[in-house]
Design a protein. Structure first.
Length: 151
């Protein structure tokens, strides 16, 4: 399966983009009401937890932090939450987010790779990343996410 790669430019400093990616306020806004729980130390676990199948404490995705350099790089393994896929533990991919300063902007590159053959979330994830990244850009630049009309 092909890696999913997305590049966008945000009119803000890397620190502002980073804050939206890891702070509770930012992740709740951009990641559908979820909070990112982790110490962010390489080798440590993380979870995106928020409203979903199991109520307000639904684990949407989880994994292990591989690399973490504030304002520059975050890489982690990713598994679908247990309530979404029975075989969640064996469905592992890798996500790498890189931030670079370009003039007065931040270049954001997201690569979601290492897809096991037949991963049931591939097509949905292919559609979800542009939504998340577009909301990230809007949130960082305006303080508001995009309104897709979903409740």
């Amino acid at each position: 399966m092909e890696a999913l790669t997305y590049v966008l430019y945000i009119g803000a400093k890397p620190e502002d983009v980073w804050r939206a990616l890891v702070s509770p306020e930012g992740t709740k806004a951009v990641f559908f009401g979820c909070v990112l729980n982790s110490t962010f130390q390489p080798g440590s676990p993380y979870q995106y937890v928020g409203p979903g199948n199991d109520g307000d404490e639904t684990v949407h995705v989880y994994g292990t932090v591989l690399e973490y350099e504030p304002h520059r790089l975050m890489s982690y393994t990713e598994h679908p939450g247990p309530s979404y896929q029975e075989r969640h533990a064996e469905l592992e991919t890798r996500v790498t987010l890189t931030l670079e300063t370009v003039g007065a902007c931040t270049k954001v590159t997201l690569v979601n790779d290492r897809w096991p053959e037949g991963h049931p979330s591939y097509e949905r994830t292919k559609e979800s990343w542009p939504i998340i990244l577009s909301s990230l850009k809007s949130y960082v630049e305006t303080g508001r996410t995009l309104d897709f009309g979903w409740s």
